[in-house]
Write a protein that binds this ligand. Sequence first.
Ligand SMILES: [Mg+2]
Length: 197
Amino acid sequence: MEKYFIFDFDGVIVDSFALSLEIVRKFNPTMGADEYRAMYTGNIYDSIKVQRVKQPIEFDFFKFYAAEINSLAPIPGMSELLKKISPQGISIVTSSITKIVQDYLINYKLYSYFDEILGCDLEKSKILKLTMLQKKYPDKRLIFITDTLGDVLEANKLHLDTIAVTWGVHEREVLTQGKTLAIVDTLNELGKLLLSK
Ligand SMILES: [Mg+2]
């Protein structure tokens, strides 16, 4: 069965955690890094609802996020990896806004590697977006690549093969609480897994 890749954006393609935390602190000055990190053990939008993050975080958050995200370069080596695997097909499922991610990818000349970007403006639940791709590619083996336990758990509900990376929000110890094919520390390791038969 041919593989098809689904990439998370924040924390996988670009390390945006410090930026996101800085923005959240504009509205919630006492938010700690660990507390914010813990919000990603579930769907981030559910966490925003139940935790003490002041509204309207989403709108204001993305205004600041859009202004800064392009100043953060992709993880070194990401462009080469995407180029190698793109013939098999890659889409992005993200909790960020589609247009912002699209502009970022265009800016770093990565856009042509992706089939589509499914952002929070389409749907907040990653489960629903991953399901859309499962329906779209019934004959392919979908592999989801992400950096948070929340994403891993959403993918687990769909029995979707998932690889977790440790260069994003969550460290290995947290990621092991979900079911993954592998947890990788380097882009090199990720590349080997994705390109293997
Ligand atoms: Mg992420």
